[in-house]
Design a binder for this molecule. Structure first.
Ligand SMILES: [Zn+2]
Length: 367
């Protein structure tokens, strides 16, 4: 507040104050200008960086995206030739559906078991006894239980066994063969994962060991092969053919027997196809989400009913270390009773089914 010569109180600033205000205003203006300039510089810097990001590293950015695509979606970059080469490496040839099943049966039923015990865990280097014992269940408890059920129904089955499981359970293969109805097929040496070996020589070495071990116990060369983990490497099909197997049972392109083609050529090997819905491992056990095996066997029953209606084949796979428990086995028992109640059901082994399908196709062709 100031007093002028008239004594009038005025709120007008004195010169000094004006000067001071002016200095403050100038200072504020300076700060404002500097701030504005700083903002402008920041904006300019941001724009420069954005442009730099958009323009100069565009090729690197594109390269990174391309690398990521090649890793996560490699097929999107494949040529047409590469796509065709991939699907034709091993493919479904003509179906091998006879005009009639033996004894005028309406449907062929093949019950199979992948009788894995500790082999898959040993393959991974597992030494922990609790985990190993849970797999040992397949040999100690599951297999004897299901053999009793098969014997009671007088039904044959095919068991795919690894060389290692046959070695650590010397009673396993003889117990399966005791009835004289069942077949033993090859399921690898130690349940090796064929695509993971990435070596034809190593895959052949393990396959030869498995064939030698199983042959020494059965007294005959095995007719059937089922890939461990149901997975082929790029060498597996050639090895199946080279070892003279009559059939494979790992592929999944149909529900009926078919010829396996490799690179467009007939391999002469019969496929007895399987399916992830026609096994219990995806539904039961630690990783499964099905609340009751009852639902699982409803699915199996409906699949059988469909095959019966079509006059084709019903191929089931179970694992004694898992499906050999009491509840699933009760349902298997019930399923076998149901199937046996229908007229015209041919219960067979993989070898008999593949042989019949192949011979029938040859006979039809020559007519
Ligand atoms: Zn297996």
């Amino acid at each position: 507040m100031n007093r002028d010569t008239m004594g009038i109180i005025s709120d007008s600033p004195t010169t000094c104050e004006l000067k001071r205000h002016s200095r403050i205003d100038l200072l504020c203006l300076g700060v404002l200008l500097m701030t504005t300039m700083a903002i402008r510089r920041s904006a300019a810097l941001f724009l420069s960086l954005t442009c730099l990001f958009c323009t100069i590293p565009a090729s690197a950015q594109s390269r990174r995206a391309s690398d990521s695509q090649a890793t996560t979606q490699p097929g999107t970059l494949w040529s047409d030739e590469k796509i065709l080469e991939t699907v034709n490496a091993v493919s479904m040839g003509p179906k091998l559906l006879p005009e009639a099943w033996p004894n005028h049966a309406r449907v062929a039923v093949l019950i199979t078991f992948d009788d894995d015990t500790q082999a898959p865990l040993l393959r991974d280097g597992t030494t922990e006894p609790t985990a190993l014992s849970a797999s040992d269940y397949g040999a100690q408890t599951g297999t004897p239980r299901l053999l009793e059920i098969l014997d009671r129904h007088n039904i044959p089955a095919t068991f795919f066994v690894t060389g290692v499981d046959a070695m650590i359970h010397p009673e396993l293969v003889p117990s399966i063969l005791k009835s004289g109805r069942n077949e033993i097929g090859i399921h690898g040496w130690i349940h090796e994962y064929p695509p993971g070996l990435d070596s034809e020589a190593e895959e052949e070495r393990l396959l030869d060991k498995a064939i030698a071990k199983i042959s020494s116990l059965t007294g005959k060369k095995p007719a059937g092969y089922r890939a461990p983990s149901w997975a082929f490497s790029s060498y597996t099909m050639d090895l199946i053919k080279k070892k003279g197997f009559l059939y494979d049972s790992s592929l999944q392109a149909s529900e009926v027997p078919y010829k396996i083609f490799a690179k467009g050529q007939d391999t002469g090997v019969v496929e007895l196809p399987i399916d992830w819905t026609l096994t219990e491992t995806v539904y039961l056990g630690a990783q499964g989400h099905m609340p009751s095996p009852d639902l699982l066997f409803q699915l199996y029953k409906q699949e059988f009913d469909g095959a019966y209606k079509e006059g084709t084949t019903f191929i089931l796979t179970m694992h004694p270390y898992l499906g050999g428990h009491r509840a699933p086995m009760q349902h298997l028992d019930d399923l076998l009773t149901y199937m046996q109640s229908k007229p015209g059901v041919w219960f067979t082994t993989g070898e008999q089914l593949a042989d019949y399908a192949k011979q029938s196709a040859a006979a039809t062709k020559s007519n």
